[in-house]
Design a protein around this ligand. Structure first.
Ligand code: NAD
Ligand code: UDX
Length: 501
């Protein structure tokens, strides 16, 4: 038929916004409206200052906003007009009640489904874009069918695999698009309709179709496998430090095995982001509910190693700095959970900063995309403790304000600092004038590279001295293998006395 396809997406967040913008760009014949219950978010999408930072996003939005891409707060109108409804609302970890700390909180999803059921006046394809527990489609179907007045709903699972910071490129060139649907003629027809949308730009051999449960579970499985690689290499980094192996060399040697591959093997201060921890906890809970405690335990360990890595980093900082950071200024470079995003959800920087604050450090933070307000909120927030090894006193917002300053410049943040912690791998941190930073720091000046991005050799050449004597004496092979955690310690003569002592 010549009728224009209309898409409505519930949820204008990190997934809904970029995904719909790319659909609109690639499918000029389709009208796409993104709606959200947050009016502030919708106005930001309609302004010059988009609510999220994502390289390439501005350009895509500029090309199609007002043409076939719209952002609106009128949820009901656009649901009722759409043929295909994507649901891309948040599905965080439940913080109370049954399954608290592990199960996915489907409140937003359920409320979205009820709105759809209430306002729909014609048949709809409802697409699960949010990451949900396997079997969610069954529950959603019940809500929709129970409330519908003879209207047919077909549910599809179309999990999103984009990563923040590379969202636009991931959406332009996806490794695969996954579509799950009912194995009925109506279900298959709906799958085909959604396939036609993606086929505008995705090669058909990259569009995988499965049953609903496989699609739902594959998303949790993919995130679990990815996070597992990071926890595996981070666990190796601890062993490297104990033995004198260099984790970068080990990761390279291991990754050269074509069965293993080189990607996602960077040792780090730990993984963050809104997805990995949430989705693995969700998987753990599903395993428990299915009477599979051993499997649950296996996946839980991936998160435990991640928490261990963050506390190990804090311990390393404190022990290297003569067992106390009390009253010392420590500069934190990077607060976002990865480069090229301003997102701080579950960023390892939160736990690391809280650990340092617990030891009474004065911290000065610089991140090119994270606002002071966000940082203060993150550090004052009392996070739900799923099973946390880092036991921390909750801090009041005023206490946080006293101990934490946020700057808009790396040089300002590091001025007068005793140590620098690099917690996000922003490209600009690779090309800082480390001579200038060194000159303005207290001595001995420490750098703790939680992302393995600084060129330790270069830093030594411009004046930083590798703290072999001091650090290695205490902890044998701290040098470059410590996720290069520590690694560059600069000393002036005064400090040298201290060290020889
Ligand atoms: P987000 O918090 O950035 O966005 C969700 C949006 O949904 C919010 O703006 C919220 O106001 C809105 N919303 C909530 N209830 C609503 C309702 N009933 N009607 C309309 N809007 C509503 O979350 P996100 O990062 O975009 O993630 C969304 C989903 O996608 C989650 O399930 C997540 O697990 C999954 N996912 C996220 C990523 C990622 O990298 N962020 C990647 C893949 C999948
Ligand atoms: C992840 C998945 O990659 C994506 O497919 C899914 O759709 C959503 O969750 P995201 O959380 O945006 O994406 O970022 P990702 O690039 O996966 O990084 C997650 C965390 O792991 C970051 O904190 C990152 O710094 C860390 N990481 C990644 C490492 O520590 N080492 C690595 O080798 C790779």
């Amino acid at each position: 038929s010549a009728k224009m396809v209309r898409i409505c997406c519930l949820g204008a967040g990190y997934v809904g916004g970029p995904t719909m913008a790319v659909i609109a760009l690639k499918c000029p014949s389709i009208e796409v409206v993104v709606v959200d219950i947050s009016t502030a978010r919708i106005s930001a999408w309609n302004s010059d200052q988009l609510p999220i930072y994502e390289p390439g996003l501005d350009d895509v939005v500029k090309q199609c906003r007002g043409r076939n891409l719209f952002f609106s707060s009128d949820v009901e109108k656009h649901i009722s007009e759409a043929d295909i409804i994507f649901v891309s609302v948040n599905t965080p970890t439940k913080t109370r009640g049954l399954g608290a700390g592990k199960a996915a909180d489907l409140t937003y999803w359920e409320s979205a489904a009820r709105t759809i059921a209430d306002v729909a006046k014609s048949d709809k394809i409802v697409v699960e874009k949010s990451t949900v527990p396997v079997k969610t489609a069954e529950a959603i179907e019940k809500i929709l069918k129970h409330n519908s007045k003879g209207i047919k709903f077909e549910i599809l699972s179309n999990p999103e695999f984009l990563a923040e910071g590379t969202a636009i490129n991931d959406l332009f060139n996806p490794d695969r698009v996954l579509l799950g649907g009912r194995e009925t003629p109506e279900g298959q027809k709906a799958v085909q309709a959604l396939k036609d949308v993606y086929a505008h730009w995705v090669p058909v051999d990259r569009i995988i179709t499965t049953n609903l449960w496989s699609a739902e579970l594959s998303k949790l499985a993919a995130n679990a496998f990815l996070a597992q690689r990071i926890s595996s290499v981070n666990a190796m980094s601890a062993l490297c430090e104990a033995t004198g192996a260099d984790v970068t060399e080990v990761a390279y040697a291991v990754g050269r095995d074509s069965r293993i591959g080189p990607r996602f093997l960077n040792a780090s201060v730990g993984f963050g982001g809104s997805c990995f921890q949430k989705d693995i906890l969700n998987l753990v809970y599903i395993c428990e509910c299915n009477g599979l405690p051993e499997v649950a335990h296996y996946w839980k360990q991936v998160i435990k190693v991640n928490d261990y890595q963050k506390s190990r980093f804090v311990n390393r900082v404190v022990s290297s700095m003569f067992n106390t950071v009390s009253g010392k200024k420590i500069a934190v470079l990077g607060f976002a959970f990865k480069k090229d995003t301003g997102d701080t959800r579950e960023t390892p920087a939160i736990d690391v900063c809280k650990g340092l604050l617990g030891d009474k450090a004065a911290i000065s933070i610089y991140d090119p995309q994270v606002t002071e307000d966000q940082i203060q909120r993150d550090l004052a927030m009392n996070k739900f403790d799923w099973d946390h090894p880092i036991h921390l006193q909750p801090m009041s917002p005023t206490a946080v304000k006293k101990q934490v300053t946020v700057t808009w410049d790396a040089y300002e943040a590091t001025k007068g600092a005793h140590g620098v912690c690099i917690l996000t791998e922003w490209d600009e941190f690779k090309v800082l004038d480390y001579q200038r930073i060194y000159d303005n720091m207290e001595k001995p000046a420490f750098v703790f590279d939680g992302r393995n991005i600084v060129d330790a050799e270069k830093l030594r050449k411009i004046g930083f001295i590798q703290g072999l004597a001091m650090v290695v004496r205490e902890e044998k092979a701290c040098s470059l293998s410590v996720l290069r955690l520590c690694c560059t310690v600069a000393m002036d003569s005064q400090a040298h006395e201290l060290e020889v002592d």
